[in-house]
Design a protein. Structure first.
Length: 107
C-alpha cells in the first residue's frame, strides 16, 4: 500500500493533456434519385398458337418474371433473380431455364 502512494501522487500531479479538437465533417443532404423500381410494373399478356398464355412482367424496361400458363397443366414461372433483365439459366446446362411452380397458395 505504501508503495502505491508515490505512484498515485505522481499521477495526481500531472497535468492532463488538453484534448485536441477534431473538426466535425458536415453531413451531406439527402439526395432523391428516381429509381427504375419506383415505376409500376407493366404486364403484357399474349396467347401462343399452342394455346399457352404468356404473361411478361416488366419493371423499368426489364423483364422481371414470365408466367406461362399452358393449355394443359399447371402454370410455371421464369424469373430474373439477379436483376440483369435476362431470365436465369442453369449453369450446368445453358439450354435449360429453371422453372418455378406454385405448390400451395392461401388467402
Amino acid at each position: 500500500m505504501i508503495l502505491l502512494l508515490p505512484l498515485l501522487l505522481a499521477l495526481a500531479v500531472q497535468d492532463p493533456a488538453p484534448a485536441a479538437t477534431v473538426p466535425q465533417a458536415p453531413i451531406p443532404g439527402k439526395q432523391v434519385v428516381a429509381d427504375a423500381r419506383d415505376d409500376p410494373p407493366t404486364v403484357s399478356i399474349r396467347t401462343e398458337a399452342s394455346g399457352d398464355r404468356v404473361e411478361e412482367y416488366r419493371q423499368g424496361g426489364r423483364v422481371t418474371m414470365v408466367k406461362v400458363t399452358p393449355r394443359r397443366g399447371p402454370a410455371y414461372y421464369l424469373m430474373d433473380t439477379d436483376g440483369n433483365g435476362k431470365l436465369n439459366r442453369d449453369d450446368r446446362d445453358p439450354r435449360v431455364s429453371p422453372v418455378h411452380w406454385t405448390i400451395y397458395e392461401w388467402d
